[in-house]
Design a protein around this ligand. Structure first.
Ligand code: ARG
Length: 277
């Protein structure tokens, strides 16, 4: 008799556990469904043959303003990548420049189809990421003469170290400098602040530091090893828009395979930035 009762209790417990499991499953499914519906609704705007790409034009050689034969315009690795993708999709390209911090939110609201902005593939970002198109190292940009000022990252504590708002480098600046980290919206402003001695240094992708140093002899890259987890850059796509992701990945694979990124990097590394408007 007792045995039977235990069996009953065990069975009842199992039902409860199962029910919980199912609810959890259900809500995950609902989330995906909601993201898909949202992507479906906002995608409608994109279907009239225009590929809307958002970027933050303050990050040479990835995206920045230069004087070209067409006047002052956005150029760089990511601009070439955007053109390549639009071309492959048979769409017209519409580039929008905005502050880095607002890019993913705007993508999520359906204002862009893609964000291509030297964006690090990070799990906490609210978007889908393509396969990586670039693997980046980090650098600390300093005033020329200060390249050996810091023996290790621990020496950055209490220094005025810059990182871009909303970027991976904001985390690095806060992690190593602590309370004296300076979070700046625009990378080009931050580079000026380093050159003028208003900042002791700033974190950025090493390609960006190289580009800054090649154009300004008052700047240098600190002799510091900056250990980070693998930092790969990817194209961001609205959550739920698997259809777009499946179109973008083969194009990214092609670009990587042909080493076009390397060519574009060489092309744009020492192109002068146009003066701010
Ligand atoms: N890779 C870094 C990140 O994703 C910085 C990218 C900054 N890009 C820019 N266009 N300012 O957080």
């Amino acid at each position: 008799m007792k045995k039977k009762m235990w069996k009953c209790v065990a069975a009842a417990l199992m039902v409860v556990v199962l029910a919980f499991g199912l609810t959890a499953c259900g809500s995950k499914k609902e989330e995906t469904k909601a993201a898909e519906t949202k992507a479906e609704e906002t995608k409608a705007e994109a279907t009239n043959g225009v590929l809307r790409v958002g970027m933050s034009g303050d990050y040479p050689p990835f995206e920045f303003y230069a004087e070209t034969e067409n006047g002052r315009e956005l150029v760089g690795i990511d601009v070439e990548l955007a053109k390549y993708i639009a071309d492959k999709l048979g769409m017209e390209l519409e580039l929008t420049d905005m502050s880095f911090d607002g890019l993913i939110g705007s993508l999520d609201e359906g204002k862009f189809d893609l964000v291509i902005s030297g964006m690090t593939i990070k799990a906490d970002r609210k978007c889908l990421f393509s396969d990586p198109y670039y693997t980046a190292d980090q650098a600390l940009l300093v005033k020329a003469g200060n390249e050996d000022k810091y023996a290790s990252l621990d020496d950055l504590k209490g220094q005025k170290i810059g990182g871009q708002m909303g970027a991976f480098q904001q985390e690095l600046a806060e992690q190593y400098a602590g309370d004296t980290a300076q979070i700046v919206n625009n990378v080009q402003d931050m580079v000026m602040m380093v050159a003028e001695g208003k900042l002791d240094g700033m974190f950025c992708e090493s390609g960006v530091a190289l580009s800054a140093v090649s154009k300004n002899s008052g700047l240098a890259i600190a002799n510091l090893e900056i250990p980070t987890e693998k930092n790969e850059l990817g194209v961001c796509i609205q959550e739920g828009n698997e259809e777009m992701l499946n179109k973008i990945n083969p194009i990214v694979a092609e670009v990587v395979e042909k080493n076009l990124i390397g060519e574009w990097e060489a092309e744009f590394l020492d192109v002068e930035e146009a003066a701010a408007e």
